[in-house]
Write a protein that binds this ligand. Sequence first.
Ligand code: DQA
Length: 146
Amino acid sequence: ASILVLHGPNLNLLGTREPGIYGSSTLAEINQQLVDAATDAGHHLQTLQSNAEYELIERIHDAKHEGINFILLNPAALTHTSVALRDALLATGIPFIEVHLSNVHAREDFRKHSYFSDIAVGVICGLGPKGYLLALDAAMAQLKHD
Ligand code: DQA
Protein backbone atom coordinates (compact mmCIF):
# COMPACT_ATOMS: atom_id res chain seq x y z
CA ALA A 1 0.00 0.00 0.00
CA SER A 2 0.99 3.67 -0.20
CA ILE A 3 1.56 5.62 2.98
CA LEU A 4 2.21 9.34 3.28
CA VAL A 5 3.85 10.98 6.30
CA LEU A 6 3.20 14.71 6.74
CA HIS A 7 5.14 16.90 9.14
CA GLY A 8 3.98 20.45 9.89
CA PRO A 9 5.78 23.71 10.69
CA ASN A 10 9.14 23.82 12.49
CA LEU A 11 9.62 20.06 12.46
CA ASN A 12 12.50 20.61 9.99
CA LEU A 13 14.35 21.92 13.06
CA LEU A 14 14.15 18.62 14.98
CA GLY A 15 17.45 17.73 16.59
CA THR A 16 18.19 21.29 17.63
CA ARG A 17 14.71 22.56 18.45
CA GLU A 18 13.97 22.48 22.21
CA PRO A 19 15.67 19.06 22.58
CA GLY A 20 14.36 18.75 26.15
CA ILE A 21 10.86 18.58 24.69
CA TYR A 22 11.35 17.12 21.21
CA GLY A 23 14.47 14.96 21.65
CA SER A 24 17.68 14.83 19.65
CA SER A 25 16.62 12.84 16.57
CA THR A 26 16.57 14.77 13.32
CA LEU A 27 13.64 14.65 10.94
CA ALA A 28 15.85 12.93 8.37
CA GLU A 29 16.58 10.14 10.88
CA ILE A 30 12.90 9.72 11.73
CA ASN A 31 11.91 9.65 8.05
CA GLN A 32 14.60 7.09 7.20
CA GLN A 33 13.38 4.76 9.96
CA LEU A 34 9.85 5.02 8.63
CA VAL A 35 10.88 4.39 5.02
CA ASP A 36 12.95 1.36 6.12
CA ALA A 37 10.15 -0.15 8.22
CA ALA A 38 7.52 0.37 5.52
CA THR A 39 9.76 -0.96 2.75
CA ASP A 40 10.62 -4.07 4.82
CA ALA A 41 6.90 -4.75 5.11
CA GLY A 42 6.35 -4.32 1.36
CA HIS A 43 4.77 -0.87 1.49
CA HIS A 44 5.69 2.39 -0.21
CA LEU A 45 6.19 5.39 2.10
CA GLN A 46 6.70 9.04 1.15
CA THR A 47 7.32 11.99 3.47
CA LEU A 48 6.81 15.74 3.32
CA GLN A 49 7.64 18.45 5.83
CA SER A 50 6.37 21.95 5.18
CA ASN A 51 6.22 25.21 7.04
CA ALA A 52 3.42 26.34 4.73
CA GLU A 53 -0.15 25.31 5.48
CA TYR A 54 -1.18 25.43 1.80
CA GLU A 55 1.57 22.98 0.80
CA LEU A 56 0.31 20.42 3.29
CA ILE A 57 -3.27 20.97 2.08
CA GLU A 58 -2.29 20.58 -1.58
CA ARG A 59 -0.28 17.44 -0.77
CA ILE A 60 -3.41 15.94 0.81
CA HIS A 61 -5.46 16.85 -2.30
CA ASP A 62 -2.85 15.18 -4.54
CA ALA A 63 -2.73 12.14 -2.25
CA LYS A 64 -6.34 11.42 -3.11
CA HIS A 65 -5.56 11.30 -6.85
CA GLU A 66 -2.41 9.24 -6.27
CA GLY A 67 -4.33 6.61 -4.34
CA ILE A 68 -2.51 7.10 -1.03
CA ASN A 69 -4.09 4.61 1.38
CA PHE A 70 -3.08 6.03 4.75
CA ILE A 71 -1.57 9.21 6.21
CA LEU A 72 0.55 9.69 9.34
CA LEU A 73 0.24 13.31 10.35
CA ASN A 74 2.07 15.50 12.82
CA PRO A 75 0.36 18.84 12.15
CA ALA A 76 2.70 20.52 14.70
CA ALA A 77 1.37 23.98 15.63
CA LEU A 78 -1.36 23.65 12.96
CA THR A 79 -2.88 21.02 15.28
CA HIS A 80 -4.25 23.82 17.38
CA THR A 81 -5.23 26.26 14.63
CA SER A 82 -6.01 24.75 11.25
CA VAL A 83 -9.62 24.25 10.20
CA ALA A 84 -8.31 24.30 6.60
CA LEU A 85 -6.05 21.28 7.10
CA ARG A 86 -8.84 19.46 8.91
CA ASP A 87 -11.21 20.16 6.01
CA ALA A 88 -8.66 18.84 3.50
CA LEU A 89 -8.58 15.51 5.34
CA LEU A 90 -12.36 15.40 5.57
CA ALA A 91 -12.62 16.20 1.85
CA THR A 92 -10.37 13.33 0.82
CA GLY A 93 -11.50 10.83 3.43
CA ILE A 94 -8.04 9.25 3.62
CA PRO A 95 -7.65 7.57 7.03
CA PHE A 96 -4.92 9.08 9.22
CA ILE A 97 -3.22 8.75 12.58
CA GLU A 98 -2.26 11.94 14.45
CA VAL A 99 1.21 11.88 15.98
CA HIS A 100 2.95 14.26 18.38
CA LEU A 101 6.45 13.81 19.75
CA SER A 102 5.66 15.60 23.00
CA ASN A 103 2.82 14.95 25.40
CA VAL A 104 0.65 17.87 24.37
CA HIS A 105 -1.59 17.30 27.41
CA ALA A 106 1.27 18.00 29.81
CA ARG A 107 2.11 21.39 28.31
CA GLU A 108 0.36 24.74 27.78
CA ASP A 109 -3.44 24.68 27.81
CA PHE A 110 -3.68 25.79 24.17
CA ARG A 111 -1.98 22.53 23.11
CA LYS A 112 -4.74 20.41 24.65
CA HIS A 113 -7.16 21.11 21.80
CA SER A 114 -6.63 19.48 18.43
CA TYR A 115 -8.61 20.09 15.23
CA PHE A 116 -7.73 16.52 14.18
CA SER A 117 -8.19 14.09 17.04
CA ASP A 118 -11.94 13.53 16.61
CA ILE A 119 -11.56 12.60 12.94
CA ALA A 120 -8.33 10.57 13.30
CA VAL A 121 -8.20 6.76 13.38
CA GLY A 122 -6.07 7.21 16.49
CA VAL A 123 -3.75 9.62 18.27
CA ILE A 124 -0.26 9.03 19.68
CA CYS A 125 1.57 11.62 21.76
CA GLY A 126 4.41 11.86 24.25
CA LEU A 127 6.47 8.91 23.00
CA GLY A 128 8.99 10.85 20.91
CA PRO A 129 10.10 9.51 17.50
CA LYS A 130 8.94 6.03 18.55
CA GLY A 131 5.39 7.35 18.22
CA TYR A 132 5.75 7.56 14.44
CA LEU A 133 6.91 3.94 14.27
CA LEU A 134 4.02 2.80 16.46
CA ALA A 135 1.63 4.73 14.23
CA LEU A 136 3.15 3.10 11.14
CA ASP A 137 2.70 -0.34 12.72
CA ALA A 138 -0.95 0.42 13.44
CA ALA A 139 -1.48 1.76 9.91
CA MET A 140 0.09 -1.35 8.33
CA ALA A 141 -2.01 -3.65 10.51
CA GLN A 142 -5.13 -1.77 9.49
CA LEU A 143 -4.20 -1.87 5.78
CA LYS A 144 -3.77 -5.65 6.01
CA HIS A 145 -7.35 -6.03 7.19
CA ASP A 146 -8.87 -3.77 4.53
C1 DQA B 1 4.00 18.89 18.28
C2 DQA B 1 3.22 19.57 19.42
C3 DQA B 1 2.67 20.92 18.98
O1 DQA B 1 1.94 21.53 20.05
C4 DQA B 1 3.79 21.84 18.57
O2 DQA B 1 3.27 23.07 18.08
C5 DQA B 1 4.72 21.23 17.59
C6 DQA B 1 5.07 19.81 17.72
C7 DQA B 1 4.71 17.61 18.75
O3 DQA B 1 5.09 16.82 17.88
O4 DQA B 1 4.89 17.41 19.95
O5 DQA B 1 5.26 21.92 16.72
O6 DQA B 1 3.08 18.54 17.26
